[in-house]
Design a protein around this ligand. Sequence first.
Ligand SMILES: NC(=O)c1ccc[n+]([C@@H]2O[C@H](COP(=O)([O-])OP(=O)(O)OC[C@H]3O[C@@H](n4cnc5c(N)ncnc54)[C@H](O)[C@@H]3O)[C@@H](O)[C@H]2O)c1
Length: 247
Amino acid sequence: MRLDGKNAVVTGAAQGIGRAVCERFAIEGANVIAVDLNEEEGIKTSEIIREKGGSCSFFKANIGDLSDVESAIDECENKFGDLNIIVNNAGIVRAAMVHKMKEADWDNVINVHLKGTWNGIHAASKRMIPQKAGRIINVTSGAGLRGTIGQINYSSAKMGIVGATKSAARELGRYGITVNCISPAAITPMTETIRTDERFEKTYLDRISLGRWGEAEEIAAGFLFLASDESSYVTGIVLRVDGGMGM
Ligand SMILES: NC(=O)c1ccc[n+]([C@@H]2O[C@H](COP(=O)([O-])OP(=O)(O)OC[C@H]3O[C@@H](n4cnc5c(N)ncnc54)[C@H](O)[C@@H]3O)[C@@H](O)[C@H]2O)c1
């Protein structure tokens, strides 16, 4: 049990990578607050975990709203105790070529990913600094690291998250808090279109050295490493759990 007694807040927990991270953290002994806008599926995440004997509670929040994120952490502290781990994972895509993109789609994607990640780092660091310990895990993307076609909003936010991770790692290291990023490539509802549309399917698969998309559970193993004591001397990195896609 690598997270025995640790308290974690995980955003984007209603499906995909976030749900898999909640499940893995709970299996490893963590108490998890599963945060999402999607109440029905978020509650399902907590039920799946509790049925297996794990500790998880759903909390509805919009991560683009700082007061919602503060409330999610309050919920963790009230239910379980000190916040030890936050995973800033929730996300959306609103794809369009740059000249056709609506301003609202730029604003929404930047708000959920970049502001949402800042909200998580900001709110968590205030709680973690007095504890002189903590794990902050953010999520970037190959789309940000390499650039991509049709997602300038998402790519900009995801590269911004790398900058935020590195800056926060430099600021918070002195307090014993690590801040890292995962760059995943996984089978989730978010990647459904590019995995099943034949225009994209081969292009993406050709880039993945292992020749297949990862399961969300395989990505969760990377989060576990960054949340556990085994990564005590790791901060400011982008850990690619992407089958070699980002090489
Ligand atoms: N799946 C991949 O291959 C891949 C690749 C690169 C990066 N990512 C990143 O990994 C993270 C998880 O992706 P996924 O594939 O599991 O996506 P997903 O679409 O399956 O799940 C995202 C979750 O975030 C929630 N969410 C969206 N906006 C929210 C908000 N404002 N507040 C609270 N919750 C909100 C959704 O309801 C959903 O449950 C995202 O940040 C995504 O950009 C995924």
